[in-house]
Design a protein around this ligand. Structure first.
Ligand code: B12
Length: 211
């Protein structure tokens, strides 16, 4: 039985070299890439999220943890694809207009990519029109929008309204997230789903795609 304790500790300490060596060690002991991803990497990162919320970790540490996790993701991602677990589904995601917060969204992107989705990240301060163009260009099944400001979360609703006007709304499922967003807000703007963190975002995408 492979243990992920040291790997999770490496993520919490933001030590990419521990993460790299523990992921390689788990692989050499026969662990499956998906198992390492879910139980080791995502497991470690979810503890980071909880500690951050509890005020036990600070932002620079969260960033180091995210970088350490990325090192592990780089190793398991190609293996997930090889083992036939690559989902062909495309996802377009971005932080809405007026908002430049992207740390949480990047974690969501890492995890979605780690789960085999093909993600186009439009970056930050993305205007409704740019989301619309990206849907026409990439034809994703899911559109994800992130906002960290109470002032910019309104732009999620504006984007959905523009997609309706352009006849694009029915072609996709829309998920939203970010600290000020909740289930009730998501419903009020006509999104299909909300997830409070990156792990649940992956679960939500899986549910929406199969429903
Ligand atoms: C880092 C930070 C910044 C950095 C951003 C750097 C970057 N590249 O992102 C900088 C310094 C640039 C910044 C600027 C500002 N910030 Co700021 N910032 C933060 C801070 C400290 C942390 C945010 C963060 O990264 N959290 C960690 C990540 C991991 O969590 P997360 O973002 O919530 O993401 C998770 C979930 O929400 C979810 N999720 C996120 N996106 C998505 C998307 C989808 C589709 C799904 C399903 C899920 C999902 O999954 C993620 C991972 O689990 C917060 C305080 C806080 N505690 O949140 C303030 C905060 C968000 N900022 C705030 C403010 C006011 C500002 C400024 C206006 C400050 C100023 N006066 O200039 C500017 C605005 C700039 C702009 N136009 O956007 C306020 C917002 C208040 C409000 N209610 O609107 C906060 C809450 C601080 C505060 N308490 O006042 N900020």
């Amino acid at each position: 039985m492979v243990s992920y304790e040291i790997l999770a500790e490496g993520i919490m300490r933001g030590d990419a070299s521990i993460v790299e060596s523990e992921v390689n060690k788990a692989l050499s002991e026969g662990a499956e890439a998906r198992h390492i991803l879910v139980n080791g990497l995502i497991g470690g990162m979810s503890v980071v999220g909880k500690r951050f919320r509890a005020g036990e970790m600070f932002l620079p540490e969260v960033l180091m943890s995210a970088n350490a996790m990325h090192r592990g993701l780089d190793i398991v991602k190609p293996l997930l694809a090889k083992s036939g677990q690559k989902a062909t589904e495309k996802i377009v995601i971005g932080t809405v207009e007026g908002d430049i917060h992207d740390i949480g969204k990047k974690i969501v992107v890492f995890l979605l990519e780690g789960n085999g989705y093909e993600v186009t990240d439009l970056g930050v301060d993305v205007k409704a029109e740019v989301f619309a163009q990206a849907i026409e260009e990439h034809e994703p099944v899911i559109l994800g929008m992130s906002a960290l400001l109470t002032t910019t979360m309104q732009n999620m609703g504006k984007t959905i309204d523009l997609l309706k006007e352009k006849g694009l709304r029915e072609k996709i499922r829309i998920i939203v997230g970010g600290a000020p967003v909740d289930e009730q807000f998501a419903r009020s703007i006509g999104a299909d789903g909300y997830a409070p963190d990156a792990g649940s975002a992956v679960e939500l995408v899986g549910k929406l795609i199969t429903s």
